[in-house]
Design a protein around this ligand. Structure first.
Ligand SMILES: Nc1ncnc2c1ncn2[C@@H]1O[C@H](COP(=O)(O)OP(=O)(O)OP(=O)(O)O)[C@@H](O)[C@H]1O
Ligand SMILES: [Mg+2]
Length: 313
């Protein structure tokens, strides 16, 4: 056990990434770059690189993929006290291919993964109570009913111990039916202090179209902060009784994978360090923009120094 619990505790499913080196279909690809994914793992790393202590709660297999993830977290200084390694478990993986239209295709092999066997028993009360912020996503809930139960148990435990709850819907239609996603996401917004949807999923889940209306639908569930992520249009922030548009930081993007996760982690880190929501959002849009300038989800996540330099430029 570490002497101190991390300030940020994220929970969900990590994945090993196989990113095709060249454009084309999966079967025509001959080389892949190994990378790392899993939205909540990305968030934990983004928070850590922005300067707060951060830990991850999940289950992985004792296979080479699980070992590669464990090595990643060790390098990044992520607390893995609550990562359970399952003998014989097959850690989830995914393939990214790029097609001529500039679109990415994601192909997952994650059904039956160790993370999908998360249960409420995996949620450590002392660590959740001691954390300053718990981060959960809709993917954490979508991977299995027991993982969904674990997510709700973690959020309720956090609330009972004054740990902030940060929640990103990260809706993935392939993982669960939209009607179920809608019910679970909107209930989670009631348990959260900070809700971090993107505009597309926000529209789908709330049924309204205008960004301000989408934001209002989430805010009506009670979170103190809603940050609606709008890609190159930046963020619409609802906090402290005001709605403020925070423009995106201008970059030439090459791969937006993980921009939302980086926003979430950078935003949490700055809030915990005492920034106002608006100051934290201004920092986090720079961090998120910088991640779009490199390939893969984790590699290009910037450090606090890199964000400060870009902001001053
Ligand atoms: N092309 C871009 N230029 C500048 N900033 C960007 C760009 N794309 C994304 N960002 C920044 O990243 C933030 C998050 O991106 P986005 O809105 O795509 O979130 P998301 O859909 O949740 O991402 P994810 O794919 O990680 O789930 C945006 O609010 C914006 O600040
Ligand atoms: Mg997202």
């Amino acid at each position: 056990m570490p002497d101190t619990h991390p300030s940020v505790l994220a929970m969900g499913e990590p994945l090993l990434e196989f990113n095709a080196a060249a454009e084309g279909t999966l079967e025509s690809s001959t080389a892949f770059h190994i990378g790392f994914g899993g939205d909540t793992s990305n968030m934990a790393i983004a928070a850590r690189r922005s300067g707060v202590s951060s830990g991850y709660l999940t289950r992985v297999g004792d296979d080479a993929f699980g070992q590669a993830l464990a090595e990643l977290w060790r390098r990044e200084g992520i607390d893995t006290t609550h990562v359970v390694t399952e003998p014989g478990g097959a850690t989830g993986i995914y393939f990214i291919t790029r097609h001529g239209d500039g679109k990415h295709a994601f192909t997952y092999r994650r059904a039956g993964s160790p993370a999908s066997r998360l249960t409420p028993d995996d949620v450590p009360l002392p660590a959740v109570a001691a954390a300053r912020l718990l981060h959960i996503s809709g993917i954490t809930q979508a991977i299995s009913p027991s993982a969904c139960d674990a997510a709700f148990h973690a959020m309720e435990t956090a609330r009972a111990h004054s740990t902030l709850v940060s929640y990103d819907p990260n809706h993935r239609p392939a993982l669960w039916p939209t009607a179920r996603a809608r019910a679970i996401v909107m209930r989670s917004a009631e348990l959260a202090d900070i809700v971090l949807p993107n505009l597309d999923e926000g529209r789908l889940l709330t049924g309204v179209c205008e960004p301000a209306d989408v934001l209002a639908e989430f805010a009506a569930r009670g979170p103190a902060i809603v940050a609606l992520k709008m890609g190159a249009d930046g963020v619409l922030l609802g906090a402290e009784g005001r709605t403020t548009h925070v423009p995106a930081h201008r970059v030439v993007p090459t791969d937006a994978t993980g921009a939302g996760d980086t926003f979430d982690g950078a935003f949490a880190a700055r809030l915990l360090d005492g920034d106002s929501p608006l100051e934290a959002a201004r920092y986090a849009v720079i961090a998120a923009a910088l991640t779009t300038t490199g390939h893969g989800a984790v590699g290009p996540i910037p450090t606090a120094d890199a964000v400060r330099r870009a902001g001053a430029a």
